[in-house]
Design a protein around this ligand. Structure first.
Ligand SMILES: [Ca+2]
Ligand SMILES: [Ca+2]
Length: 234
């Protein structure tokens, strides 16, 4: 397994791993039938591919269990002959919640589909340090809306979102949502006024401008009640 030892959460990385059949027979299903004497007989000597799945996890320890986060699920359908190998390369992203000292666990045939007679060598493990890199910082400003709104009527909300962080957004699509709430911070019982899907990166202000670092939208919304604040959430 080859994977970087220092990883930034939320960023895409490449992992490469190699699997070898150390056994003496192919990783395959051997079709058999029972003849008139009750003996098992191989059908034409053909081996059928047995599908299996290689998986990659990020884990606090070197054991695969339910606490681990699956990063890659890689399907294989092939006959791997004795001493034959294959090498797979896949990309993965470690979630922000997994920052810290972690282990990357790469498991060949993670669902035990093949008749592997020694599962002790089906896992490769590497310690990694997962940290936060520079992050984006979205900031919303409501440019224009009515201060007094009537229940059942429709209104425009004119707003701007700016990236004030040190890094461009790590995703290129998200949803801005607007609520009617009886307080400015808690959305627990807030009424949803509407939402707007944003498409496109917001670059960090310090980076060369390949795309706007600010987007302005006008949201057309219908208010439910009058005596409440408009809360915004990006
Ligand atoms: Ca674990
Ligand atoms: Ca094995």
């Amino acid at each position: 397994m080859n994977v970087p030892s220092d990883i930034l959460a939320g960023r895409e990385y490449t992992i490469t791993w190699t699997v070898k059949n150390n056994g003496t027979c192919p990783s395959a299903t051997i079709p058999m039938y029972v003849n008139n004497e009750g003996q098992y007989v191989m059908v034409n000597g053909n081996f059928l591919p047995t599908p299996w799945i290689d998986k990659v996890f990020v884990s606090d320890d070197n054991m695969v269990d339910e606490d681990d986060v699956e990063l890659i699920s890689f399907n294989r359908t092939m006959v791997l002959n004795p001493d034959a190998t294959y090498t797979a390369t896949q990309t993965f992203i470690v979630p922000f919640a997994e920052a810290g000292s972690k282990q990357i666990l790469c498991v060949a045939d993670a669902s035990s589909n093949t008749y592997d007679n020694n599962r002790n060598n089906n896992q490769a493990t590497q310690a990694v340090n997962v940290s936060y890199g520079p992050l984006p910082d979205l900031s919303i400003t409501v440019i224009d809306m009515e201060n007094i709104i009537e229940s059942g009527a429709s209104y425009w909300i004119h707003y701007t979102v700016t990236n004030e962080g040190d890094e461009s957004t790590l995703v290129n699509a998200w949803t801005d949502a607007f609520y009617l709430s009886n307080n400015a911070t808690n959305l627990t019982n807030a009424y949803s006024l509407g939402s707007k899907i944003h498409n496109g990166l917001l670059l960090a202000a310090a980076l060369p401008k390949r795309a706007p670092s600010m987007w302005t939208y006008i949201l057309y919304s219908r208010a439910k009640a009058t005596s409440a604040l408009i809360s915004s959430k990006v």
